[in-house]
Design a protein around this ligand. Structure first.
Ligand code: ACM
Ligand code: ZN
Length: 521
């Protein structure tokens, strides 16, 4: 039996023989692990066609799958697990339900891909004898979903969470506000969704033969109104669905840049104060939130109050990237704030803005994450930096003692091309990220060894300017997300890329069974 597990377990020993799943197989689970046991039983029933009851004691000791939470067995952290398959029984042990859940995902990958999503007639199935001791290298293993350039409905978000769980991701960075659309209901500001969730048209892709033909200024609009948003009930449903899969949903509410949808809804939030429209085209807008008026911070405070009620995540992402300073330069209120606060320039005004937002979040017991531009003009005291313009920002922040999340556009931007044969690929951001480079992602590369503990982990980012359909989204995400999952889980030194390719093939069959689209490598 060949074994193909992604991400690669830290310790894996293959023995002789197999455990046979049959009509008498049951899951034995103490109360603490019942939810995970139910998840496993549900999956196994669908995959095998057997009844697979969950009980507190075995009927027949020889055919049981034992799940056990042992909080003292945590030498590799709460997300670790050990999985022992013998010909008699299966024992899965972990210090927490999360670890148990990851053991279940491994168990799932020990069974044939053909069982995913199948409803077979009952048949005896074999799981190879193995001994696995496993744990994640990083605590933060994420994907970012941009719902603003294009909106993705609830069933798709859930499907993405399901696929993420299979590969042991534990963070969904949910990008919810932008120039091109505001996608989360905020009760205090109903126009954010009444007006801000809709745009008059969308910028269309065009064919290119070579990367040099990509042109940011080539704006072709389709003339079709576009919109969508998540109600607060939707958000609660997504958060709960993710929680059941041990995934924390981290919302991103962008400020002070990438805020045109908010400005179109409440023009008084901007320096100019009128004439804003939800942007139909991509790129960077010069219009940003006015940093020189108290009412902007009142808005931020009230929006974040509702956001923290909806998202239990310790971290709230507030964007902070790509904020042009031209409006602030011309705004009397922004200039007065620079004078009043003794700031050197508009970069320090941005830093002042982010520091105030950090205080707002800290008063609510939460922590701030921002893109690496929040380093400019001085970093807020407790901010966590998400490094995207390469790793430099993250290296600088870690060196200064800040926590960082690595999402370098050199290795994990899944909106980039997967092949240099761009003429035969759908239009993408004009850069190439082949699968082997995603696999080579190492979040601590370049970080001084004594600062490496500040690297919480990393994530793949999927911006959706050119991605308007679910199948295209999956085509861009997979299989590169599997390479990233491996990079975030497996300790160094990792298996060679050729080994990943061998492990990938059965996973592609699995994705196919799950109706998840992917690019054939
Ligand atoms: C980014 O890609 N602008 C964070
Ligand atoms: Zn202003």
């Amino acid at each position: 039996m060949t074994i193909s597990i992604i991400p690669q377990p830290q310790q894996l020993t293959v023995g002789d023989g197999a455990f046979t799943i049959c009509a008498s197989t049951c899951i034995v689970s103490p109360v603490a692990s019942t939810a995970v046991a139910a998840y496993l039983a549900d999956w196994m029933r669908r995959a095998t066609g057997f009844p697979i009851p969950v009980q507190s004691a075995p009927t027949n000791a020889a055919d049981a799958i034992y799940l056990q939470i042992d909080p003292t067995a945590d030498q590799h952290g709460a997300e670790s697990y050990s999985l022992r398959v013998t010909s008699e029984r299966i024992e899965l042990q972990a210090p927490s339900a999360a670890g148990l859940f990851y053991g279940v995902q491994t168990l799932r990958q020990l069974l044939p891909a053909s069982l995913e999503g199948a409803y077979p007639a009952p048949q005896a199935l074999q799981i190879p004898v193995v001994e696995i001791v496993d744990w994640p290298r990083f605590a933060w293993r994420g994907l970012m979903l941009d719902t603003c350039r294009h909106f993705f409905p609830m069933p798709f978000v859930k499907k993405l969470l399901d696929t993420m769980a299979l590969y042991k991701f534990n963070r969904l960075h949910f990008h919810l506000t932008e120039d091109q659309g505001w996608r989360i209901e905020i009760k205090a500001y109903p126009r954010l969704t009444e007006i801000g969730s809709r745009r008059a048209a969308s910028q269309q892709p065009y064919p290119i033969q070579d990367l040099s033909e990509f042109d940011y200024h080539r704006v072709i609009l389709d003339g079709t109104p576009y919109g969508g948003f998540y109600t607060q009930d939707d958000i609660r449903e997504i958060v709960a669905y993710a929680q059941q899969r041990f995934i924390i949903v981290v919302p991103e509410i962008e400020m002070p840049g990438h805020s045109v949808a908010a400005l179109a809804s409440y023009p008084e939030l901007g320096c100019v104060g009128s004439g804003y429209q939800v942007r139909p085209g991509w790129g960077i807008a010069e219009d940003v939130l006015c940093a020189g008026q108290e009412s902007t911070f009142t808005f931020v405070e009230r929006v974040l109050s509702e956001v923290v009620e909806l998202f239990p995540s310790e971290y709230i992402h507030i964007g902070g990237d790509e904020c042009p300073k031209v409006r602030w330069q011309a705004c009397p209120r922004c200039q007065a704030a620079i004078q009043r606060e003794g700031l050197a320039d508009e970069h320090e005004l941005q830093s002042y803005f982010i520091r105030r937002v950090e205080k707002i979040l800290e008063a609510k017991g939460r922590r701030l994450i921002g893109w690496d531009e929040i380093l400019e003009g001085g970093l807020a005291p407790n901010a966590t930096v998400m490094s995207w313009r390469g790793a430099q920002g993250g290296i600088a922040a870690a060196s200064a003692g800040h926590d960082v999340i690595m999402t370098p556009n050199t290795h994990v931007y899944l909106d980039h091309y997967q092949s240099s044969d761009v003429a035969h690929e759908p239009l993408a951001q004009p850069a190439i990220l082949p699968l082997d480079r995603a696999y080579a992602f190492n979040p601590t590369e370049g970080v001084p060894a004594d600062k490496a503990a500040h690297v919480l982990g990393g994530q793949g980012n999927i911006w959706t300017e050119w991605i308007s359909t679910e199948s295209h989204f999956e085509y861009m995400a997979f299989p590169r997300a599997l390479a990233i999952a491996d990079a975030l889980w497996a300790e160094q030194p990792r298996m060679p890329y050729t080994d990943f390719i061998t492990r990938l093939q059965p996973q592609l069959n699995r994705l196919e069974q799950l109706n998840v689209n992917f690019r054939k490598p």
